[in-house]
Design a binder for this molecule. Structure first.
Ligand SMILES: N[C@@H](CCC(=O)N[C@@H](CS)C(=O)NCC(=O)O)C(=O)O
Length: 203
């Protein structure tokens, strides 16, 4: 791979939580990058994304002539090349896996909804819907307890912030003080960080 000049070019969108976590990471560590925001729901954005490879998902990182797919692999690449997050251990990896399982379910339900299929209203007993919602509830409960131990501002907490901020803005989840006190406190505490403010989802 030719990453000689090591200029990072991030192809993403201003709304995707998978993209935002990487923007927060790079802004926080003052890693320079170009940001190309596309909308894959529009013809031009769809064409651009498909031109990058068969996965057709955001984000994609371009470094020299190398394309890197998937936020997690992009994170690993940035972490290695920019020497950050040295104490990222197996528990952090598990947290990311758990978070992404819930987020994938939410993003899929969001896509269905935007395409006119509101499972909650139309098929509340559907096997697929119940699996996704069940997972989201379990994952949210897991982080409600876990977040107390996540004091550091690192890739896991950045990803957690981006996921739940997106889910609330898109009305895919409603966090309430009776059940989600710790998560709400976590979101409020980090909402003032410059890299969080800079990457706010435009409403
Ligand atoms: N595992 C991927 C998930 C990325 C993902 O789901 N991105 C969404 C945007 S939030 C996407 O591009 N969806 C397009 C589609 O599903 O067609 C990652 O971590 O990068």
């Amino acid at each position: 791979m030719n990453t000689n000049n090591m200029e990072f070019h991030l192809v993403g969108s201003t709304t995707s939580p998978f993209v935002r976590r990487l923007r927060i990471l790079m802004d926080f560590h003052q890693i320079p990058y170009q940001f190309e925001a596309i909308n894959y729901m529009e013809a031009g954005g769809d064409k651009r994304l498909r031109s990058l490879g068969p996965v057709n998902k955001l984000p994609v990182l371009l470094v020299g002539d190398q394309k890197i797919f998937d936020s997690r692999i992009i994170f690993q690449f940035i972490r290695k090349t920019c020497h950050i997050e040295n104490h990222f251990d197996i528990n952090a990896d598990n947290d990311l896996t758990i978070l992404d399982a819930g987020l994938d379910s939410l993003v899929n339900l969001f896509s269905w909804k935007r395409g006119g299929v509101d499972f909650e209203k139309m098929h509340p007993e559907h096997f697929y819907y119940k699996r996704q919602v069940g997972r989201v509830l379990e994952v949210t409960q897991y982080f409600e307890e876990r977040v107390q131990n996540l004091a550091e501002w690192n890739y896991v907490t950045m990803s957690l912030y981006a996921a739940y901020d997106w889910a609330q803005i898109r009305k895919m989840i409603e966090l309430v003080p009776e059940r989600n006190k710790n998560l709400l406190e976590f979101l409020s505490r980090h909402s003032v960080r410059p890299e969080v403010v800079k990457t706010q989802i435009p409403i």
